[in-house]
Design a protein around this ligand. Sequence first.
Ligand SMILES: [Fe+2]
Ligand SMILES: [Fe+2]
Length: 137
Amino acid sequence: MSMEWTDHYETGHPVIDRDHRDIVDIINRLEVELDTENPTEISGILCDLTDSILDHFGREERMMLKIRYPEYGAHMLSHCRFFAALTRFIYVFETDQATSCRAMHAFLTDWMVGQECSEDQPFVRFLNAGYPDDTGR
Ligand SMILES: [Fe+2]
Ligand SMILES: [Fe+2]
């Protein structure tokens, strides 16, 4: 089932929210491609996904360092743990495609709605309290 972006997931930061929507779009592309079971297409989407996520994590972490966000260490660790788990899923997919793809999609959906958005919201509140004009670029 496709992820629907709602206001509930918004952090209020235009760059972070745009990144999140872009990542959700890629997760939804992945879901569509699961039905076709085309490994080349799925591998291409996974490359887009990892590129977008790494870009996004780097952007957030640079913003956190810049404002000395007190939860930077915990947030960065959360990013690292997620990416390590995603990397394992991708490795399993590349070696045993039939068994891992739907589990990977469910993992990505749970992470986006259950972790990343909710962990970014307090960061953006902190950011907006002192750095209202920071765009993250
Ligand atoms: Fe984020
Ligand atoms: Fe984050």
